[in-house]
Design a protein around this ligand. Structure first.
Ligand code: FES
Length: 145
């Protein structure tokens, strides 16, 4: 092995070690979890925990009550189940309201109606509201994707 071959071999080995260190360092930074207490769980999706004993959510203690949080309308239906769909009407973005009489979501701007799962019942809106899952554990209501 001459000097040129030796230097080439050593240089390639050092380069591979440096590259490996850089890639593993970059991977660790990118994969660090986000604080799950922030309300968005670090997955990029919605993951809210609503404390139903908090006055902010007191309307959810009765059937027909609803609140807005993080762009989502959370309602307790006539049957006492919780639903959650996107707050903004898909027509022009006005906040929809839960109606007990018809058990639906209504947009007061131009009269669009949506089912409790967010599908369009009556236009002018022609796209569904995004539906979120709900899960009640004790007095904590989780709203998530
Ligand atoms: S903004 Fe809701 S119907 Fe027009």
């Amino acid at each position: 092995m001459d000097r040129k071959q030796f230097m080439s071999m050593v240089g390639t080995g050092i380069g591979a070690i440096i590259l490996q260190q850089c890639l593993s360092g970059c991977k660790n930074e990118k994969d660090d979890p986000v604080d799950p207490g922030s309300g968005n769980g670090g997955t990029g999706g919605v993951n809210l925990s609503l404390d139903l004993t908090n006055a902010t959510y007191s309307k959810l203690a009765i059937n027909g009550g609803y609140v807005y949080t993080n762009g989502i309308i959370v309602a307790r239906t006539n049957a006492g189940t919780y639903i959650a769909v996107s707050q903004a009407c898909t027509h022009q973005g006005v906040s929809v309201e839960y109606r007990t009489g018809t058990n639906d979501l209504y947009c007061p701007a131009h009269g669009s109606r949506f089912s409790t799962t967010g599908s369009v019942v009556q236009g002018p809106a022609n796209a569904a509201l995004k539906q979120y899952k709900t899960e009640l554990t004790g007095t904590t209501l989780r709203v998530f994707e």
